[in-house]
Ligand binder design. Structure first.
Ligand code: AOF
Ligand code: ZN
Length: 339
């Protein structure tokens, strides 16, 4: 039921919820384009749905229109983001909407992209299409948090992840497994929703991790380095590795912000950092994680042989204490810290 305060009906909200779910399902899989969901309704019946294509195109509205086998005249479109109105890699969605005589358009949020922002409203209105915006806006803002961050900062949205044993170590030469299967599934999900995974050279040499996520992708290896070892560089290049040389600071650390800027230019929008202790600490100290996932196992790992301690607890407790969410995952505990 609509109230005076709220210009949207429960039905409107339900259709938009579906559109948001469609967008969320493909979040992280649409390359440099935001993931959008679209639902088309006629006489209170859903006649088509659409999502942004993998890697970003076609757009959700285009897919929903294309998927529809009924006449779209006087239908209502629910779309999570303001439809585009520009010729980019695809023609304007507003044009498609007008051409198909869609009667009403509801969208949740203005597009932050300046090519698009705020213009579609008047274009559609001029063509006698009723437009309402702001439906479930808070949910859309949440969904597009990483997209907005990308566009504003020209940086990837960065999620950090670490697995720590009960006795606070992240690596033991004797027993390598730390967390249980449920946590590993969530890690696979985080990988799936990322365009790239960052590890340190140290982790690469010690663990040689698979970093798989049961899905195709992650084919390119990029190494940021400060090495002059010509034969090693030649060998890596021969294997197809992309090598980017950068200067280091007095502690021999590479400039992480510069690396992130470079990765953004290489179309990385969502980055997962599965660092060891040092890389994680550097990210935390510079506040470069948008979110940080800490999985704590309930078992101790052996400290008898070579092992690595996690040394960022005090940083987390002082700098990240305000926004954290605790949950239980089978026998593990998960804390998500938000910046
Ligand atoms: C939409 N529907 O599903 C998405 C939109 O280069 P193009 O033509 O693909 O346009 C890219 C811009 O379109 C992108 O920057 C963002 O503003 C918007 N994304 N728009 O109407 C969609 N993904
Ligand atoms: Zn579009």
């Amino acid at each position: 039921m609509s109230t005076k305060k709220d210009k949207f009906s429960t039905q409107d909200k339900n259709f938009m919820k579906l559109a948001l779910n469609l967008a969320n399902a493909r979040r992280g899989l649409t390359g440099n384009n935001p993931s959008v969901g679209c639902v088309i309704v006629k006489n209170n019946r859903i006649i088509s749905i659409g999502q942004t294509g993998y890697n970003g195109r076609p757009h959700a509205e285009h897919n929903a229109i294309l998927n529809c086998s009924e006449n779209l005249k006087d239908s209502k479109m629910y779309v999570t983001l303001e439809p585009c109105n520009h010729y980019g890699k695809t023609p304007p969605c507003t044009k498609n909407i007008i051409k198909n005589k869609i009667g009403e358009v509801y969208y949740s949020m203005d597009d932050i992209d300046l090519k698009v922002k705020g213009k579609s409203y008047s274009i559609l209105r001029k063509n006698n299409i009723r437009v309402k915006k702001g439906l479930l806006k808070k949910d859309a803002e949440n969904l597009y948090r990483s997209y907005s961050f990308n566009r504003k900062k020209k940086l990837p949205y960065v999620i950090g992840k670490i697995a720590v044993s009960k006795n606070k170590i992240i690596y033991s030469e004797i027993s390598k497994r730390i967390t249980d299967k449920t946590s590993d599934k969530l890690t696979h999900y985080l990988r799936l929703k990322s365009d790239g995974i960052m590890i340190s050279g140290k982790t690469l040499n010690i663990d040689n991790p698979k970093l798989n996520c049961r899905l195709e992708g992650f084919k390119n290896t990029i190494i940021f380095h400060n090495s002059n070892d010509k034969s090693k560089i030649k060998l890596l290049k021969k294997r197809g590795t992309i090598l980017i040389k950068q200067s280091t600071d007095k502690y021999k650390n590479l400039d992480l912000k510069k690396i992130l800027k470079d990765l953004y230019k290489m179309e990385i929008r969502n980055l997962l950092v599965e660092g060891g202790d040092i890389l994680t600490k550097n990210f935390l100290q510079k506040r470069l994680f948008n979110e940080f996932y800490m999985f704590r196992s309930s078992k101790n790992l052996s400290k008898n042989k070579k092992h690595v301690n996690f040394t960022s607890f005090s940083i987390l407790n002082t700098k990240y204490n305000k926004h954290k969410i605790n949950s239980k995952l089978a026998t593990d505990k998960l804390t998500i810290y938000k910046n």
